[in-house]
Ligand binder design. Structure first.
Ligand SMILES: [Ca+2]
Length: 204
């Protein structure tokens, strides 16, 4: 017998996600939202060809999966703040806070630190490899003007944080699971006495 799996009626071929497209067992690994759809298999033998009923694959976003841990939230939107602590759900999600408990504990922390004998601004923030649908961006400014922020480090989907354009003096990031990332800015306090640093969260 021969097997050919279909997605939404189109022939599937093996790739980074799809395995066993021409076998009795289809395997999907690391599925993302675009992989959702109707999967069916065509079975051919000397006696004819049969197409199976479709199996429907729905893919839940990482944010939706996180929300499931907090049943009964009165506002589940990204901008929502159901417990009224001033921290929107997107930030509660990014920094692994509790959207049902009014607290500012666990938010990013900024301090001045010594690096190679010089004072530098440093930010520490929680980052989680499970946050596959958001991006963490560390940005600096010397004016707080809305258009005056420069990106210096980036973590896409909770992956290890990387330097952007030489803007960091040091990055400490294990890159594994839920961890605290530390980013030290490249510009010394002596060179630029007025500095600001923030983490901006965006989707994806
Ligand atoms: Ca909140």
């Amino acid at each position: 017998m021969a097997y050919q799996w279909l997605k939404n009626g189109s022939t599937l071929t093996n790739n980074g996600v799809v395995g066993g497209a021409t076998t009795a067992n289809l395997t999907l690994s690391g599925v993302q939202a675009p992989d959702a759809g109707n999967y069916s298999v065509v079975v051919s033998s000397d006696y004819g060809t049969v197409t199976s009923n479709a199996a429907v694959l729905t893919v839940q976003s990482a944010y939706t999966a996180w929300l499931a841990g907090f049943p009964g939230l009165s506002d589940t939107t990204l901008a929502g703040d159901p417990e009224g602590d001033g921290i929107p759900n997107l930030a509660e999600y990014a920094f692994s806070l509790d959207p049902t408990a009014s607290s500012t504990s666990g938010l990013p922390v900024v301090q001045v630190t010594a690096f190679n004998g010089q004072s530098h601004l440093q930010i520490q923030f929680r980052c989680d490899a499970a946050r596959t649908d958001i991006t963490y961006r560390v940005e600096v400014s010397n004016s707080l003007a809305p258009a005056g922020w420069t990106e210096i480090a980036l973590s896409v989907g909770g992956a290890p944080t990387t330097d952007i354009g030489g803007g960091t003096a040091a990055i400490a990031d294990s890159g594994i699971g839920l961890r605290t990332v530390t980013v030290t800015t490249a510009t010394t306090v002596a060179a630029s006495p007025k500095q600001f640093v923030r983490v901006r969260i965006s989707q994806p």
